[in-house]
Design a protein around this ligand. Structure first.
Ligand SMILES: Nc1ncnc2c1ncn2[C@@H]1O[C@H](COP(=O)(O)OP(=O)(O)OP(=O)(O)O)[C@@H](O)[C@H]1O
Ligand SMILES: [Mg+2]
Length: 376
């Protein structure tokens, strides 16, 4: 369900204001430092209860302000009766308060379920260039939204890992207890990885399909899963075998918390030889495939935030990305410093809203006549 109304107060340089985004493509255009990324950040905080570029929320609250608050309404049209209302507020130095449909809720994950959101920004390069954690988060995003029976597994696995690590750090860990947590950790890790592998098996063909339409001839793409320990070995045996080393290090070296995703193009690690633009296209294919998979499984699209799409993409790739995003459907917010490249990429789209961002104020602008003509 798209975000049809958004009220913002106390976020970065953004003025307190209310916007009415369109249900499909929303282009946000403005000079450097005008507040485009801050607007995406505001939507992210509303959907996830945290920023994507600051660990501490205090950095996100407007300098000198004592609190921030966000309110969003989800629904197709003003007249539609089944609307969800989301609210997030936070005092500087204090805790978050989340509300869904007028009721207080304890965890941001409730908002994430109500407003599934896909983020594509410069941080997405981490999918190829960053640590394994980023790729685990990528897989776990898909599981969170398309396999809700994974939720208890994460909790069991985290508890088993924490308990085992706490025991390993004791001066004389009780061998029977370590053995018990070895077993629990192995069971939950193996079950979690079965889910991750199944998700990847469904996602991979979509990524291959999207990269083929975005960059035909780029190469043969293969995504493979590394479980976090020697493939085909039982984790319980692995944990037993490396217990002394684990005790010395005070941490578990093998397990699902070390899982990774390997991305190879023509048999070589993709990040090692693709150009910056090619990497961006590959990352877009991986993330948009998640959006397409979400839609297949849930029967409805998710919301996408795309920060600075024009950067590092040529006109042709930009147009292909725009056309794929329309095929996948759903509401998107796309930023850029200049309207031209974005309007060109989305030319011919029926439902575009164009917003100008200027010194923290966001104003809807009429589409230039040429874009409207393309609309017919
Ligand atoms: N906590 C804050 N309070 C007030 N202003 C802030 C705060 N944090 C950052 N800013 C300012 O907000 C402005 C908007 O930043 P933002 O990153 O949203 O710009 P942008 O439009 O995305 O720019 P670019 O095109 O360079 O990416 C910047 O001038 C920044 O210095
Ligand atoms: Mg920006």
């Amino acid at each position: 369900m798209p975000l049809r109304k958004l009220s913002i107060a106390g976020i970065r340089n953004l003025a307190s204001q209310t916007l009415f985004p369109g249900p499909a493509t929303n282009l946000l255009v403005g000079p450097n430092g005008s507040g485009k990324t801050s607007l995406l950040e505001a939507i992210h905080v509303l959907a996830r209860g945290r920023s994507f570029r600051a660990r501490a929320m205090d950095a996100v609250v407007t300098h000198g302000a004592s609190q921030c608050s966000l309110y969003g309404e989800l629904g197709m049209a003003e007249s539609e009766s089944r609307v969800h209302q989301l609210g997030v507020s936070r005092e500087t130095g204090g805790g978050f308060r989340y509300r869904l449909d007028g009721e207080s809720v304890g965890a941001a994950s409730v908002l994430a379920e109500a407003l599934p959101l896909l983020l594509i920004n410069s941080g997405s390069f981490g999918l190829l260039e960053g640590p394994p954690r980023v790729r685990r988060q990528f897989l776990d995003w898909g599981l969170f939204h398309t396999a809700s029976d994974t939720h208890p597994l994460w909790r069991q696995h985290l508890r088993a890992l924490q308990q085992r690590n706490a025991l390993l750090r004791q001066s004389r860990p009780d061998a029977r207890l370590v053995d018990l947590w070895d077993l629990r950790l192995a069971e939950s890790a193996e079950a979690l990885n079965v889910k991750r592998q199944a998700y990847l098996a469904e996602l991979s063909p979509l990524v291959v399909q999207l990269i083929t339409s975005l960059s035909p001839g780029l190469g043969e793409l293969r995504l493979s899963f590394y479980p976090g320990w020697e493939r085909d070995a039982s984790l319980y045996r692995v944990l037993k075998g490396c217990r002394d080393r684990d005790i010395m290090q005070g941490a578990s070296q093998f397990g699902a918390h070390r899982a990774d995703l390997r991305v190879r193009m023509d048999g070589r690690p993709a990040q090692a030889f693709l150009s910056r633009g090619q990497i961006k296209v590959l990352i877009l294919a991986m993330l948009l495939a998640q959006g397409a998979h979400f839609r297949q499984r849930r029967g409805k699209p998710c919301l996408s935030l795309v920060d600075d799409l024009p950067a590092e993409l040529d006109d042709c790739h930009r147009r292909r990305v725009a056309s794929l995003m329309q095929e996948i459907g759903g509401q998107c917010f796309v930023t850029g410093t200049d309207a031209g490249p974005l309007l060109d990429a989305w030319a011919g789209t029926a439902e575009i809203k164009l917003f100008h961002v200027e010194q923290g104020r966001i104003a809807e602008k009429p589409l230039p006549t040429s874009a409207k003509e393309n609309d017919q």
